[in-house]
Design a protein around this ligand. Structure first.
Ligand code: AMP
Length: 192
């Protein structure tokens, strides 16, 4: 199995690049943001609770997203590998993910970390908000709250994987194809 984390702040291109990476490498895409939006669309109790938090730009509780990821791992026993997108976002989530993967006798091979400047993130997210239908993309105050959550709680997740020498930083500004090629080059190094 080959498992990777695509890491970076909101608006850094994780969704776009995930689609290309899973198509190229045959990985199963696990995006906690997408899983939460599915719950909202289905109007489940979990979805209704999560929507209030997501609309403020805050992180939903660790146990909620860890539970969703645990079920997704169990539901995909034949996957060649997983691409985690938007997860883990806290150190507790990172530790839980390691434990879950260990139970399946596998681990994270690499964290690819996209780096994008803050003003570029905000303008990308506002632009995405014109078409994405995501309420958390349309309001600059919420966007700034999401970036603050990233800085305060999520950035430390990269330090966690750095301890194991698993982080590769890729510049997330420029053409989509160029960024994709840079990600593939880093990924290939870890596949050998
Ligand atoms: P995303 O689609 O990854 O930008 O996530 C949208 C929103 O879903 C975030 O702003 C959080 O409120 C919530 N969310 C997604 N993934 C996580 C996670 N791993 N931990 C906590 N909250 C999350």
């Amino acid at each position: 199995m080959f498992n990777l984390i695509l890491f970076g702040p909101p608006g850094s291109g994780k969704g776009t690049q995930s689609e290309k990476l899973i198509a190229t490498y045959g990985l199963k895409h696990l995006s906690t943001g997408d899983l939460l939006r599915n719950e909202i669309a289905a109007q489940t109790p979990l979805g209704l609770e999560a929507k209030n938090i997501m609309d403020k730009g805050q992180l939903v509780p660790d146990e909620v997203v860890i539970g969703m990821i645990s079920s997704a791992l169990d539901n995909n026993p034949d996957a060649k590998g997983f691409l985690f997108d938007g997860f883990p976002r806290t150190s507790a989530q990172a530790e839980a993910l390691d434990r879950l993967l260990e139970l399946k006798k596998t681990s994270i091979a690499v964290m690819l970390a996209l780096e994008v400047g803050e003003e570029e993130l905000i303008s990308r997210l506002l632009k995405r908000g014109e078409t994405s239908g995501r309420s958390d993309d349309t309001n600059e105050t919420i966007i700034r709250a999401r970036i603050a959550e990233y800085r305060n709680k999520t950035a430390a997740v990269a330090d966690y994987y750095k301890k194991f020498n698993k982080v590769e930083v890729v510049k997330g500004e420029g053409g989509i194809e160029d960024i994709f090629n840079a990600l593939c080059a880093q990924l290939e190094k870890k596949r050998q």
